[in-house]
Design a protein around this ligand. Structure first.
Ligand code: WT7
Length: 654
């Protein structure tokens, strides 16, 4: 019996760091990186302790580095006292008070700039308001806002007074909002009358009202930011306008010093069961991870304009919008709306007008924009860009090459960053001045991150290109601390498989002969065909490499003879075949995959749709596809689908 996943897709292109980039980078060569790696390997704890002393301003220094007495509930720097908001704002004021902290652009084109001094003032005023409304250290505050500076202000204000925020993505429904408020036991909800997205108003307050009408007894007050100015209902005694509440608040608000392990935030994420997990992050360790990766992976500089397109409702928007860029005193850009308003050139227009130098987005966005053609990016001056990044899912080599060529003009390194809500910050990623990249690989573990690929028994897989479980073998500072209210689930989900020894990421991965990591998809997306285990992502990557294919999702379906058969859902560039049938193309694609990977990976079925079913965060709803592929009735919640109309196409009924 094979216990490893057969890896059958190979990518041989190698892109060395451009000389001009490497010469100016913080880490300039593989040798410099090796020296850092060596320090970390020699003494894992001393390595992280040194960085924690250097990068964080502590109110009281720590003595304890790593406490493993309650493993796997590890504690880092636990007797140290700090405040995350102080580290993001106050400490920059002497040198950077007049420097722009946030450049904001609304979907309708409104632009706003906040200096560090202004942001500090707004955070202090809002923190005082939270206190006046009864919020104290350790209280949970749910934030349900659009992508506007006030989202960052609210998060930073919570951090300032030791309140634990839980940001809920504005695209989530009232029911999801209610579940998260109730699980967290939040006392306050911060929302807005609405936000602008895709030319429409996102009715946040209406959804919030609906959530609160159905439960949420712990909520005492609702703060409402006026963004759109359209009519909404305000409930007397519960709802307060943000601008009225802060009117009398002063800008003096000394930070609340908290222990390093004090929870900074909860962020709910989906697991293999239906109930979302409240991933709990710490203060000191989390902040350290945000800072080190801003410096190592993004090579951030004082004159950079850093744009991470992620919504603050996701971990990427926490670490690389609300905390990381501010902790290092950088200037960040925030955009409220959709990438296609008024047209598919919006991202490139923003990059050109504001002179964005570092651009970080998701493969799904890259592929979507690629599909719309080169004319949009080519119409804009992208010469300010110096570094590109991707996150969230494996990037197929074709999209990587497009990003490299059409957006980066073959001048910008691409950092493909692997990490998770649970890991807090980048784990596997190239250091752009030092590590040569390969399209589709997130390359190597960062210093101080001990990653490995292991088999079912937990043994390291040393043979190149053999897939296995991606694990992290030593605790790291920015790791999750637990699942809110469910320590047992934390232990079983992440530490159960290998008896508490290794953190189980839940992804399958392989390492090539150079030691580069290739993420093959979630371990639960592995399919087994005639005894061969195949990563679904690899088949997808092959499909999208075909000139006619824009996107593809592959799942397994039960098959009498082979165990599982491969079912592919395909979105074409251009229009979908009439009635969803094109036998010639289906044959061509099967042969194409056979050629790219091998006959074993040829999809048994190919079904064409106008779109793939995605959650609002852009993740493909694989469980739904598996249900459809096996011909079963839909049991999943499809209310978060961007386009419910595609269901019939996916079922082969339209
Ligand atoms: C899962 C975590 C971390 C920010 C966004 C997603 C997949 C993430 C990559 C990458 C291949 C990736 C993994 C991981 N993933 N980054 N660079 N290459 N896969 O956070 O929602 O917690 O999802 O996203 O499967 O486990 P998340």
């Amino acid at each position: 019996m094979t216990t490893t996943i057969d890896s059958i897709l190979h990518e041989h292109r190698l892109f060395v760091p451009p000389q001009a980039f490497a010469a100016a980078a913080r880490i300039k060569s593989r040798a410099e990186l090796a020296a850092l790696q060596h320090q970390a390997d020699q003494d894992h704890e001393a390595f992280w302790a040194g960085l924690a002393q250097q990068e964080i301003t502590w109110q009281r220094p720590f003595q304890s580095i790593l406490d493993s007495s309650r493993a796997p509930h590890y504690a880092w720097f636990k007797d140290g006292l700090l405040n995350v908001s102080y580290n993001c704002l106050d400490r920059h004021l002497p040198e950077r008070g007049e420097k722009t902290a946030i450049v904001f652009e609304g979907e309708q084109g409104d632009v706003q700039r906040l200096t560090y001094a202004e942001l500090h003032r707004e955070v202090c005023r809002f923190a005082n308001t939270l206190k006046r409304l009864g919020i104290t250290s350790g209280d949970r505050v749910v934030i349900y806002l659009p992508m506007i500076p006030e989202a960052v202000i609210a998060m930073q204000a919570c951090a300032r007074i030791g309140a634990i925020h839980s940001v809920v993505f504005g695209g989530f429904s009232a029911d999801s909002l209610r579940d998260r408020i109730e699980d967290a036991g939040a006392r306050m909800l911060i929302t807005a009358d609405g936000g602008h997205r895709g030319g429409k108003i996102v009715e946040l307050k209406a959804a919030a009202d609906k959530a609160l009408a159905k439960g949420c007894p712990s909520i005492e007050s609702v703060l409402v930011y006026r963004r759109t100015g359209h009519e909404i209902a305000m409930q007397d005694g519960r709802d307060v306008w943000w601008h009225e509440a802060i009117a009398k608040a002063t800008a003096q608000c000394p930070p609340e010093w908290v222990g390093s392990e004090h929870p900074l935030f909860l962020l709910y994420t989906s697991g293999s069961t239906g109930k979302p997990k409240g991933i709990q992050h710490s203060s000191g360790g989390y902040l350290l991870g945000a800072i080190t990766t801003m410096k190592w992976v993004f090579d951030i500089r004082d004159d950079d304009l850093f744009w991470c397109t992620a919504d603050v409702g996701w971990i990427t928007g926490h670490t690389y919008v609300a905390y990381g860029p501010l902790a290092v005193g950088a200037t960040l850009l925030m955009y409220e709306g959709a990438p296609t308003v008024p047209d598919a050139g919006r991202f490139w227009d923003i990059c050109a007008r504001h002179k964005v130098s570092i651009f970080y987005t998701a493969p799904t966005a890259i592929r979507a924009l690629m599909k719309l053609g080169d004319a949009f990016p080519t119409a804009h001056d992208l010469s300010s860009l110096r570094l590109l990044g991707t996150v969230g899912e494996p990037i197929n080599p074709e999209a990587w090459m497009w990003y490299h060529r059409v957006i980066g003009h073959e001048r910008c390194p691409i950092v493909d960053t692997w990490w998770q809500t649970e890991t807090g910050c980048h784990m596997l990623a190239p250091i752009p001045g030092a590590v040569a990249t390969k399209p589709g690989s997130c390359t190597l573990p960062l210093p101080g991150i001990v990653a490995d690929v292991v088999d079912e028994q937990g043994n390291s897989i040393t043979m190149p290109d053999q897939g296995g479980h991606l694990v992290i073998k030593k605790p790291w500072p920015s790791m999750l601390r637990t699942i809110w209210g469910d320590d047992a689930r934390y232990v079983s989900t992440y530490w159960g498989k290998f008896d508490g020894k290794y953190y189980l990421a839940g992804d399958s991965a392989r390492r090539d002969a150079d030691g580069y990591f290739w993420i093959m998809g979630r371990a639960d997306d592995v399919i087994k065909v005639s005894g061969h285990r195949l990563g679904t992502m690899e088949i997808e990557s092959a499909l999208v490499a075909h000139p006619r294919v824009a996107e593809a999702a592959v799942v397994g379906r039960p098959h009498d003879i082979k165990g599982e058969a491969i079912f592919a859902y395909v979105v074409l560039r251009g229009s979908r075949p009439v009635g969803g049938v094109d036998e010639a193309l289906t044959r061509e694609l099967r042969d194409w995959v056979g050629e790219q990977i091998g006959a074993i990976a040829k999809p048994d079925d190919i079904r064409y749709a106008d779109n793939l079913p995605k959650t609002r965060s852009g993740k493909i709803m694989r469980r739904l596809l598996r249900t459809l592929a096996s011909g079963q009735a839909i049991t999943q919640d499809t209310s978060t689908l961007e386009n419910e109309g595609i269901l019939l196409q996916l079922q082969g009924k339209a």
